[in-house]
Ligand binder design. Sequence first.
Ligand code: 5GP
Ligand code: MN
Length: 326
Amino acid sequence: MIGSDERNSTTQEVADELRRRSAFVMVSHVKPDGDTLGAGLALGIALKRLGKRVAYFQQDPVPRNLRFLPDTSFVSREVPADFPPDALYVFCDMSDYTRAGEFLPKIDRANMLDIDHHLGNSHFGAFNFVIPSECSTGTVVVHLLRELGVEIDREIATCLLTTIMTDTGGFMHSNTTPEVLELSAELIRAGADKEEITEEIFANKRVAATRLLGRVIDEMTFAHDGRYCYSFVDDRMLAETRADGEDTEDVVNVLRSQEYVEVAALFKDIEGELRVSLRSNGRVNVQAAAKRLGGGGHFRASGLTYHGSLKDAFAAVESALVAEGL
Ligand code: 5GP
Ligand code: MN
């Protein structure tokens, strides 16, 4: 239930704060996906409709497959210099504000609103609106839009349906509840183009990405009686296939979808940073495993940054997964 977590503000308290402030900076996380960006855009567009001033902060550029979303031309790694000091920074889809990256200016906690659906969110804001039972941060935002009485028009509906389709894997993951399907139907009726979203975020694969996938598949290793599958991407593989970091996004799901595999890990050793993506079929809690190594996420999808060699990362991640029941 919303508000059953005493660290959360109520829907009404958050809506009152949104009405009270005049300027907002919607903040998305590094390596943005359709949920962090779509949720921020949906709420940002709604606030503009209410006459508010809205900016969008995102450290990384808008990924190619999300450029079709409305308002993405306003997304920037800088906050406009003339923004009022009491602008509210609205963090979408991150368990901690540090996920926004080091380019984010220093912000008083009093000016932070944390909107999220991750397990283990640190409730870092003066206002926190965290609902882990929601499938996406976008559907958390829907509670606020209803409370504010903003009409969900075609643009807002497109952003919201993108958050749902991103975080349910196109309605395939277990978070695709009847309520999610009902809301999605409402969004499609409001003008969201499901076919366009499918095409933009799931199709349109670059040939380089598919070549890279082939290389990752060649490097797959199976362990624990085939229940664990892992592989890696490094700078050499990217150079040889002419792919880039964005082309690695879906790869871990291919590993997880192999027969008998319960947990998959993809190690991304790119430009001096070692990122690990974990996916589970629902038996092993990969959020808890990632947390052991300083990361986080959801029960079935999590990630972390590892400080050390690829070989050490393989061992550390496997130990963390074993500790969580692999
Ligand atoms: P991905 O594998 O797609 O990068 O991330 C899967 C999930 O884990 C996402 O929900 C993402 O927000 C979360 N996640 C990924 N990396 C980190 C991390 O370093 N820290 C935390 N707290 N969550 C992460
Ligand atoms: Mn999300």
